[in-house]
Design a protein around this ligand. Structure first.
Ligand code: ZN
Length: 217
């Protein structure tokens, strides 16, 4: 079955056990994956330049796990579980781990009303979260100095949009990716190298990202 079908809102409604077969795998992966060096570097950048925002299409929550503050998770976060019927929501990692739920795959149910629980992510066929969209809009309204597309496949138009808008407004754009993507035409600077290497290098050399401390003396 195509993933678009299994992880769709209609499948969750009609045959939640099918959707959950995939969700267990995603949940387990999110639970056991730790932030990598790229996440750490971006967190450090935010410490030096607090106005740095991160837009991610990943649902693993790793930017937040790495300590990043201003993160727009446009596809939601897998680690948060919510009820499809009532306001119940909970930390998915803890909830799924309880009662050895991880070892007996099934459809987790709401302890308050008994309806199906689901991760707080955007399934195929669903709208993007309003809060994330609002944060993005606000960011565009406030204006930015630089947009970087880092290691993303840029398959969704809203992931490419910040690069496209910045490019049209004459704002510097950078793409870090081993391959050409939909965002490439809008990149003023292109780094065809692994993200870690590129981010380490920028951290060590670029005054335009980290504040120049010599100027502050
Ligand atoms: Zn409920």
């Amino acid at each position: 079955m195509p993933i678009e079908e299994a992880l769709s809102s209609t499948m969750l409604r009609d045959r939640p056990e099918v959707t959950w077969k995939y969700l267990w795998e995603i949940a387990e992966k999110c639970r056991t994956t730790l932030p990598n060096r790229c996440h750490e570097i971006l967190t450090n950048w935010q410490k030096h330049t607090p106005n740095t925002w991160i837009l991610t299409q990943n649902v693993d929550g790793l930017h937040t796990k790495a300590g990043s503050q201003k993160v727009i998770e446009i596809h939601g976060r897998a680690a948060t579980l919510r009820c499809v019927h009532c306001p119940f929501h909970t930390d998915g990692n803890r909830f799924l781990h309880d009662e050895r739920r991880y070892h007996s795959p099934h459809v987790p149910k709401c302890p308050d009303c008994g309806h199906v629980l689901r991760p707080d992510v955007v399934l195929f066929g669903e709208d993007l979260p309003r809060r994330a969209l609002k944060a993005l809009e606000q960011l565009a309204e406030d204006g930015v100095d630089l947009v970087m597309s880092i290691g993303t496949s840029s398959l969704f138009p809203y992931i490419t949009a910040p690069m496209q808008l910045a490019h049209a407004a004459g704002i510097p754009t950078v793409e870090i990716n081993l391959e050409e993507t939909e965002a490439t035409p809008f990149a003023r600077h292109i780094l065809r190298m692994p993200c870690t290497e590129a981010l380490e290098s920028l951290t060590n050399n670029a005054n335009f990202i980290l504040p120049n401390h010599a100027d502050n003396d």
